[in-house]
Design a protein around this ligand. Structure first.
Ligand code: PAF
Length: 280
């Protein structure tokens, strides 16, 4: 695996490969890699000739300075893990390399960003879109791989590709869980030992919620989930929404949509965790 820190060097390496019609797959990450990221890289390796993984903690998508400052940075371990999955190129630029001049670009996603993460993390999705578009411009992949755990981000990125009219296939990849059910996330590293043992309750509760859907209304299931977490001092729920899986608009009745997903954000001390569950 070759490691690149500059755009120029990476482009120079990719250019001749493009001439030989090799397909290029991009896996954008912010590092602190876990099995979820590695599953994206493996999938990319199955579907593309050349796999580029980017490892860049993107400051302009953080709306909370503490979250940015404490975001785990583990480039040496990440490099080893990517070698283990036969990644071809690791792109790990500095902030100055990605953003040599102040960032003026702004993206809007209409109703897609009016729900869940959007209002709670102002500017977040525009910051994600800026870095993802830059990565697309640098790597020019045929396919890009994103995890379904960040369900709203995935919808936003599909919308971005339509807005900018790029011929890039966005490949959604399934969420990966720890054996105890906790959705894998780089932020799990920041949980206290005690909170780590309690955190699987998030998935357990969402799974129970899907069982309740037969007897309860959408509003009742939403309230039940929020009540479960409010009753446990280890958790502070931020939102739980039950949405149509394409438009991400909240539904009022189980018959409102063919694809329905529940999305949650909860705090455990100063760590914010998200998870999803499919109702149908
Ligand atoms: O999902 C992430 O890790 C980030 O939001 C992404 C897509 C790599 C952009 O910085």
């Amino acid at each position: 695996m070759k490691v690149f820190n500059t755009v120029k060097e990476l482009r120079k390496e990719l250019e001749p490969l493009r001439q030989t019609s090799k397909t290029i797959g991009l896996v954008p990450t912010m590092g602190a890699l876990h099995e979820g990221h590695l599953s994206l890289a493996r999938r990319a390796k199955q579907e593309c000739d050349i796999v580029v993984v980017s490892d860049f903690v993107n400051p302009i998508q953080f709306n909370n300075q503490h979250d940015l400052d404490t975001y785990p940075r583990t480039i040496d371990e990440d490099t080893e893990k990517l070698r283990g999955v036969n990644c071809d190129f690791l792109f790990a630029p500095s902030v100055e390399e990605m953003y040599p001049t102040p960032v003026a670009d702004k993206y809007s996603f209409g109703k897609l960003e009016e729900v869940m993460e959007g209002p709670r993390r102002p500017g977040h999705f525009s910051g994600v879109a800026v870095v993802v578009r830059r990565l697309f411009d640098i790597v020019e992949p045929q396919k890009a791989f994103f995890g379904e755990k960040d369900f709203q981000q995935l919808a936003i990125i599909k919308n971005l590709v339509q807005q900018i009219n790029y011929n890039i296939e966005i490949v959604p990849c399934p969420l990966v869980r720890a054996d105890d059910g906790l959705a894998l996330s780089s932020r799990n590293k920041r949980l206290s030992a005690e909170n780590r043992t309690k955190a699987p309750k998030i998935h357990a509760t969402l799974s129970q919620a899907t069982q309740k859907a037969g007897n309860m209304s959408v509003a009742q299931v939403k309230q039940w989930v929020i009540d479960v977490f409010n009753a446990d001092p280890a958790f502070e729920p931020e939102y739980f929404e039950i949405v149509e899986d394409q438009t991400l608009q909240p539904i009022a009745s189980w018959n409102d949509a063919d694809g329905i997903v529940g999305c949650i954000a909860v705090w455990m001390d100063d760590v914010r965790l998200i998870d999803i569950i499919r109702f149908k």
